[in-house]
Ligand binder design. Structure first.
Ligand code: SF4
Length: 460
């Protein structure tokens, strides 16, 4: 088990007053070495705390005193201090199997760890979930969790996961729901495998066996040019329409039976089917926003300064803000440390760089402005296949697009394609042929970035 390492200490915080320094390794908190950041938060929740640290081989005992619930003031280098639990599945549609060689090591980790599900919204199949895990989830109130359902038919599910435990692991979903844990589900829909009748069977299975599920997202599989599974292919527009039709039919049924829609199709399906997105109101709390469900409508609304999505799903109650947790995982706030702000005097218009899907959402919002604000859809040649979301844009594709674009314009790039200032391929915005400004991937941030130049009101 690795010792948690302190990467930052907030100035004037209880940890700072006690003398903790960046680089210190935590040996014990209140006499115990926490397994993960969740246990760390539970152990640290007291006014007086004994902290043992290792500083360059020297063991120090420090006394931390907190006043009135103030945060400890530490940032730790990892969320899990023991080993991340990796999955024992071999899904045909797994995107990790479709990554090229040579990317960051962490991208190849196939985690199936309920703690990362709780902390960052990663989906777990529950095939490695145990009685001890169940007890911990319930006793520590680790809710909500995110579960990959894929199919409720045991045989179809086991086949999709290529794991016989896939046939039985949804019994844990039933147990979690019985224990009152909030669970969001997803179905990665693979044409010819779990769409059509199989998807209808899954929706019927959810209504019958798991009606307490908070939401169920139907998302299309991603197929990169590195895919080696012959049976995995992108949906045709016709197949996408069939998924949307089926989901909308079942939404009506869920509404009648449960008083809520429960199941949603990802935005990608509406784009592929050339159908308008449902109204934002129909997405409820837009709980699977980060899974691409209702994201476009939420973007529009926040761009127009309407009704921002505030009820975002994440750790709840005591864990609503996780002290010390590093910004890992796709649901974590992304940082743009290398963002460049260009002087307004240098602008000769604004260009928003985004993925091909993002461009289809943003273009209609900017069109009525009648100003020199353009959108460039960056094609994803790095991954190829049907990959068109902004979050999977890489440095080489953005660089290729920028190389063909005029100098002197202000270029905006969403932060969703960066983690710690780096693209998935490891390059950084400093490697791009022109300077770009990195902005948060939401409508309000886009509006606020362009509003002063266009004389628009900023969004809240
Ligand atoms: S469970 Fe997830 S990580 Fe594991 S093989 Fe399937 S898709 Fe990949």
């Amino acid at each position: 088990m690795a010792l948690p390492r302190v990467v930052a200490v907030a100035h004037g915080s209880p940890a700072d007053r006690a003398g903790v320094l960046p680089g210190d390794e935590i040996v014990a908190l209140d006499g115990r070495l926490p397994r993960d950041i969740i246990e760390y938060q539970l152990l640290a929740d007291q006014e007086r705390l004994g902290l043992e640290v290792n500083r360059g081989g020297l063991e120090l005992a420090l006394n931390v005193e907190r006043e009135g619930g103030e945060p400890l003031g530490l940032e730790i280098d990892a969320a899990l201090f023991d080993r991340v639990r990796t999955c024992d599945n071999h899904c045909e549609f797994c995107f990790i199997h479709q990554l090229p060689k040579g990317m960051r090591k962490s991208l190849y980790v196939r985690d199936d760890d309920y703690r990362l599900s709780f902390l960052y919204g990663n989906f777990t199949t529950l095939t490695r979930f145990t009685e001890a895990d169940f007890e911990r989830v319930v006793s520590e109130g680790l809710s909500p969790l995110f579960v990959s359902v894929h199919a409720t038919d045991p045989e179809v599910r086991a086949r999709m996961l290529r794991n016989r435990r896939g046939a039985t692991s949804l019994r844990w979903l039933r147990a979690l729901l019985d224990a009152g844990v909030e669970v969001h589900g997803q179905v990665v829909v693979c044409p010819g495998v779990n769409d059509g009748g199989a998807l209808e069977g899954t929706l019927a299975g959810v209504l019958d066996e798991y009606p307490e599920l908070s939401s169920l997202a139907c998302v299309p599989l991603g197929v990169s040019r590195f895919n080696r599974e012959a049976s995995m292919r992108p949906h045709s527009p016709q197949e996408a329409k069939a998924v949307v039709d089926l989901v909308e039919e079942w939404q009506e049924l869920f509404l009648r039976c449960l008083g809520r829609r429960l199941v949603y199709a990802a935005d990608e399906y509406y784009l592929l089917a050339a159908r308008p997105f449902p109204l934002l109101e129909s997405y409820g709390a837009v709980a699977q926003h980060d899974n691409g469900v209702g994201m476009s409508r939420a973007f529009e609304a926040s761009f127009e300064g309407r009704n921002l999505v505030e009820e975002r799903t994440g750790p709840s109650g005591f864990f609503r803000s996780l002290e010390g947790a590093p910004a890992l995982g796709y649901r974590a706030p992304r940082q743009a440390p290398e963002a460049v702000t260009l002087s307004p005097a240098r602008w000769a218009g604004v260009t928003v760089l985004t993925g091909e899907y993002g461009a289809r959402v943003i273009e209609p919002l900017l069109a009525p402005l009648q100003e020199d604000v353009r959108v460039v859809a960056v094609r994803n040649d790095f991954f190829g296949g049907n990959i068109a979301v902004a979050g999977l844009l890489t440095g080489p594709d953005v660089a290729a697009a920028l190389a063909d674009l005029p100098r002197g314009r202000r270029y905006l790039l969403p932060d969703s394609c960066l983690s710690g200032g780096r693209f998935l391929d490891g390059s950084s915005i400093g490697d791009l042929p022109q300077p770009v400004e990195v902005i948060a991937a939401d409508g309000a941030s886009l509006r606020n970035a362009i509003a002063p130049a266009l004389g628009l009101a900023t969004a809240r």
